[in-house]
Design a protein around this ligand. Structure first.
Ligand code: ZN
Length: 155
């Protein structure tokens, strides 16, 4: 399973091939493709995170070339259902969205959004933020007081 890790190898994120394939289908390769996004769901085992499920853009999400605003309801329903079905093992991990650039970097709006989301979680919570570029992924773990960008590690 493809792995992303911090430089100090203290934190790892496992992203299964099926989920990379889902991200691939939303890459903004076409000139007219709109931004996509959703939430990330999976399992936390200490410093290791395994991504198990991602939600895809829903009908009422606002989508444009460089904008993605999701309406919470449908994504929340999926998160609640998976939490129940997995007896609480699969939880909300964070958010993903696409960018129309090869190697994506968080925008100032993305940074503000991630801070807002962290504020709505207990202090000390670590959340995962993924940006899907046209050729690379930006994988970031953030808490209220620190942020790590993870690199793709060779298996
Ligand atoms: Zn963005």
């Amino acid at each position: 399973m493809p792995v992303w890790g911090t430089a100090d190898h203290r934190h790892f994120v496992l992203i299964p091939d099926q989920i990379l394939a889902i991200f691939d289908t939303y890459r903004q390769v076409d000139f007219e493709a709109k931004e996509s996004g959703g939430i990330l769901l999976g399992k936390c085992r200490g410093d290791h995170i395994e991504l198990c499920y991602v939600t895809a853009p829903a009908m009422h999400d606002k989508r444009a070339r460089t904008l993605f605003t999701r309406q919470p309801q449908i994504h929340q329903e999926i998160a609640d259902r998976l939490w129940c079905e997995s007896a609480g093992q699969i939880t909300y991990l964070g958010e993903w969205h696409t960018h129309p650039e090869a190697v994506p970097e968080p925008s100032t709006i993305d940074v503000a959004n991630s801070k807002d989301i962290l504020k709505r979680h207990p202090s000390g919570a670590v959340l995962l933020f993924i940006i899907v570029g046209t050729s690379a992924l930006h994988v970031q773990l953030s808490s209220s007081d620190s942020s790590h960008v993870l690199q793709s590690l060779e298996p």
